[in-house]
Write a protein that binds this ligand. Structure first.
Ligand SMILES: [Zn+2]
Length: 254
């Protein structure tokens, strides 16, 4: 059993037993942090601290789920990087393509733990029959989190071996796979014309139904054509497409 993270211990100390009890601003207040909306020029959110008090300023005009993640991200800075003020651009908050900056990733991990604690997320995820965007959107609704933040959490905590891959017009942008997927299944750089992701990427449809497809559509490993997997594709941000892949062939997992 995985040990509880700092954020999860904090939630348990408040006896939080369901997602709708995660009142972020009340939690922030308990941490000595006041949250206010503001108009910020070039950033999404910031925290300015002095001794054991701090103020988070967050853009109030955007998507409320995104705003929640930004506040939780700033609380992550407060927890881990106290003494420094943080000013975070939109591209630095909850952005899976930016793997380099460990400080920002630490704040994102804290945010994911605080908004979607494993002890609540795991059982709700496992109640679905299989990985799907329908399941992910239901979880996003329950936890008041964005589809993107939820899909990343789903990959990390779901009981099924699955991965999410994001492609743009110039090829693969990023991917995330969970511990159930062996390392040698590394996704291809390019999209296969057979994949439903092509139709989504080129704007013919907004989503493609879950489909069984040859694993060689997604992996160019020598034996990939022997296996099949399930893909489901949906329009992401801008011109991106998100593909959720579930490995169902036991031999792929060995
Ligand atoms: Zn940050």
């Amino acid at each position: 059993m995985r040990a509880l993270s700092q954020a999860e211990r904090l939630l348990q100390s408040f006896d939080i037993t369901s997602p709708d009890e995660i009142d972020l601003e009340a939690i922030a207040w308990e941490m000595g942090v006041k949250v206010r909306n503001g108009t910020l020029e070039s950033c999404e959110a910031r925290i300015i601290g002095f001794r054991d008090r701090a103020i988070i300023t967050v853009r109030g005009d955007g998507d409320p789920r995104r705003r929640r993640f930004s506040i939780a991200h700033e609380l992550g800075h407060w927890q881990h990087h106290r003494g420094k003020s943080s000013i975070c651009r939109a591209s630095e908050i909850g952005s899976p393509g930016q793997s380099g900056n460990t400080i920002e990733r630490q704040a994102d991990n804290y945010a994911a733990d605080l908004l979607m604690p494993a002890y609540l997320f795991r059982p709700l995820a496992a109640a679905h029959r299989r990985p799907s965007f329908e399941a992910i959107d239901a979880l996003a609704g329950a936890f008041s989190t964005s589809r993107l933040a939820t899909v990343l959490r789903f990959i990390d905590l779901s009981p099924w071996p699955c991965l999410i891959i994001c492609h743009g017009p110039n090829g693969r942008r990023w991917f995330r796979r969970n511990a159930g997927i062996p390392d040698h299944w590394f996704p291809r750089d390019d999209l296969d014309p057979e994949s439903g992701a092509m139709d989504v990427l080129y704007g013919k449809i907004d989503r493609a139904r879950p489909t069984i497809i040859g694993a060689d559509a997604w992996f160019d490993r020598w034996n990939a054509d022997r296996f099949e997997l399930t893909e489901e594709c949906i329009k992401g941000f801008g011109n991106d497409v998100l593909a959720l892949l579930t490995l169902t062939d036991q031999q792929m997992l060995e």
